[in-house]
Design a protein around this ligand. Structure first.
Ligand SMILES: C[S@@+](CC[C@H](N)C(=O)[O-])C[C@H]1O[C@@H](n2cnc3c(N)ncnc32)[C@H](O)[C@@H]1O
Length: 424
């Protein structure tokens, strides 16, 4: 089947193949799903402004985590002590993103800088690996501030330039890049910045997807997108915010359709994963003396309070002064865990029904984990979803890895031994 290029726009949903001359189509990949009923109380979107022309709202009202945050938060706080959690998605609103940026600026927060340096060093090789997979659509999951994206797209554009001139690449040599994230204002501002930084590129179009990872997997599995080769980019060790099993399950949603279990037209996955197992270094990065991490994690309380206003009213329970932050390295799980702990017993009655949220003094409420996975861990996680490790690039000392995975490739026993084993 001839591969054709999605063009911008969110209005139409027509799809025209032109198998003769491979013309650009008028396909518009995805209209916002129709929504009915009252909107739930939402931290991110109290109303739904019309998306900007480059932004596609892919949230699904029935299943998107974003649209059920209030009920998820409530039900997780109704669990018995030791099992309560605050959904980490609450950390990623506008204020949370800016608190997270202040963590990135601390000298001890190494993962961001190490990944950046690794990308800078290996970018030509990484870009040519992606280009050689003849991808049409590049989706960056949890795209954030897009600070590393211009580097990748510029290098990719250069590869596409040379393959266009040597006519070795099938299709029309265009790639549509989608930044996917849950924060609308961050997406808008970072895409505008990215546009400026990539204004001279010839082969790349920029757009954004507003929704969660799961929304992204669902959106990509729509039949209209089946002819397009898709590459997923997931940097910043974000995959390791999930438990290993959850990560495998999520990857599987991208490798096989949720409807019919058929493999998607997936070209590959580029994953940035931190494998540092030095407990002290990790502790310094995730619990900086300046309190940046603590302030960010405590922000989840403000966000939870907003979410739960409808259910609990103006509860004082989420006042940050009534809690403390606790971080710890879990050796068995290979991850740094962030908890919030009530300083004294608190309770609040749920408006509908007879339930009560009860928080005991000192009970730990889980917020977010950051796993540290080696090449072997990454390989194990990707096996179930049918992804094989094809290339990897490592930081000095080998702690941080950028991994290129493709569907159906054979398992390689050591991710480290096989790094850079193929030239494109
Ligand atoms: C650790 S930051 C990484 C940002 C960027 N990719 C980088 O490498 O610097 C994680 C990003 O993922 C987004 N995010 C978190 N959970 C998400 C989810 N469930 N679905 C989509 N995006 C999510 C956050 O809004 C945030 O921008």
């Amino acid at each position: 089947m001839a591969r054709v290029l999605p063009s911008p726009g969110v209005e139409s949903h027509s799809f025209h193949h032109n198998t003769e001359d491979r013309d650009v189509t008028t396909f518009s990949p995805g209209t916002p799903p129709s929504r009915s009923g009252a909107l739930p109380s939402m931290l991110y979107h109290h109303h739904r402004p019309t998306p900007s022309p480059d932004m596609i709202d892919i949230r699904s009202s029935s299943t998107s985590l974003l649209d059920t945050l209030d009920t998820q938060t409530l039900s997780s706080l109704l669990k018995p002590p030791g099992r309560k959690f605050i959904p980490s998605l609450l950390l990623w609103d506008e204020k949370g993103q800016s608190l997270y940026d202040s963590i990135l600026a601390t000298p001890s927060y190494y993962p961001y800088r190490v990944e950046n340096t690794l990308l800078q060093k290996q970018i030509s090789d990484i870009a040519s690996t992606i280009a050689s997979s003849t991808t049409d659509i590049l989706v960056e999951l949890g795209a954030g501030n897009l600070s590393k994206t211009a580097l990748l797209l510029t290098a990719l554009d250069r590869c596409l330039d040379s393959s266009a001139s040597s006519s070795s690449r099938a299709g029309n040599g265009k790639v549509v890049y989608y930044a996917l994230d849950v924060d609308r204002s961050l997406l808008e501002s970072s895409l505008a910045q990215l546009r400026k930084r990539t204004a001279t590129l010839h082969h790349i179009e920029l757009r954004s997807l507003l929704g969660t990872y799961e929304d992204g997997a669902r959106w990509l599995s729509q039949p209209d997108l089946a002819p397009y080769r898709k590459t997923m980019v997931w940097l910043g060790n974000s995959i390791a915010n999930l438990e290993k099993e959850e990560a495998s399950d999520l990857l599987a949603k991208f490798t096989s359709s949720q409807k019919n279990g058929m493999m998607q037209n997936l070209a590959g996955f580029l994953l940035g994963v931190d494998g540092c197992l030095d407990e002290e270094k990790v502790e310094r990065a995730y619990n900086a003396p300046g309190g940046e991490n603590r302030r960010w994690v405590l922000h989840a309380l403000e966000a939870a309070g907003e979410q739960l206003q409808l259910h609990l009213g103006e509860s004082k329970m989420f006042d940050a002064k009534k809690w403390k932050f606790e971080g710890r390295w879990d050796v068995g799980r290979q991850r740094y865990e962030n908890y919030l702990v009530p300083l004294k017993r608190m309770e609040a009655v749920v408006k509908k029904g007879e339930k009560k949220v009860v928080l005991e003094e000192g009970e730990k409420v889980f917020v977010l984990g950051s796993g540290k996975w080696t090449a072997r861990d990454v390989q194990g996680i990707c096996e179930g979803p049918g992804l094989g490790l094809r290339r990897s690039w490592h930081s000095e000392g080998d702690d941080y890895g950028i991994y290129w995975l493709q569907p159906g490739k054979k398992r390689l026993d050591s991710g480290i031994d096989m790094k850079n084993d193929e030239e494109c």
